[in-house]
Design a protein around this ligand. Structure first.
Ligand code: HEC
Length: 150
């Protein structure tokens, strides 16, 4: 009986993909599908409500901060360490200054973020940022974490 060593196998001939898939999809389409799938998984993980739901946790504040820098920082100074200046000039009130207002509560911020404030009567009002409910809670938690005398 002939004995085969590893060097007898041509790696190119080894293919563990089901043959139907290989026939119907080109490599680049498979790659696209993989990227799409990875994106969907990431979205699922990012938007999945946490176990502790209602409790405002340090990770809520942390996620809210990231969202704020990504989205809100275009128009507000959302964090003193944000990597770029707001595009809106002059910018809307800084989050630090908003957080010090006594009239502001988590509920108020959440309601504010779930609606639009821009219209014919107020063309410079803030547009609805179209966040998910879980993201609204995170951003509100972050904003209020900037309050100096809670
Ligand atoms: C396209 C620009 C823009 C973006 C993006 C934006 N805002 Fe605003 N925001 C404004 C403007 C302009 C105002 C003030 C006018 C108004 O009340 O509508 C405002 C007002 C606010 C207020 C009320 C405080 C006040 O000055 O009356 C809060 C709270 C707020 N923004 C939070 C956020 C959060 C949180 C985000 C990110 C999720 C965000 N904003 C993204 C433009 C923006």
């Amino acid at each position: 009986m002939a004995r085969y060593g590893l060097e007898d196998f041509d790696a190119d001939q080894i293919d563990d993909r089901p043959i139907a898939v290989v026939l119907s999809l080109s490599r680049s389409r498979m790659l696209n599908m993989r990227i799409l799938l990875a994106g969907l998984v990431a979205l699922f993980i990012a938007t999945r409500p946490g176990w502790g739901q209602e409790a405002q946790t340090a990770s809520d504040v942390q996620k809210g901060r990231q969202l704020a820098i990504l989205i809100c920082a275009n128009c507000h100074v959302a964090a003193s360490s944000q990597p770029f200046e707001p595009i809106l000039q002059p910018p809307a009130s800084s989050f630090e200054s908003i957080a010090q207002r006594e009239s502001i509560s988590a509920d108020w911020v959440q309601t504010f973020l779930a609606t639009t404030h821009r219209g014919l009567d107020n063309p410079r009002g803030m547009p609805n940022p179209e966040l998910l409910e879980s993201q609204i809670k995170q951003v509100a938690a972050y904003l209020l974490s900037l309050r100096k005398n809670p």
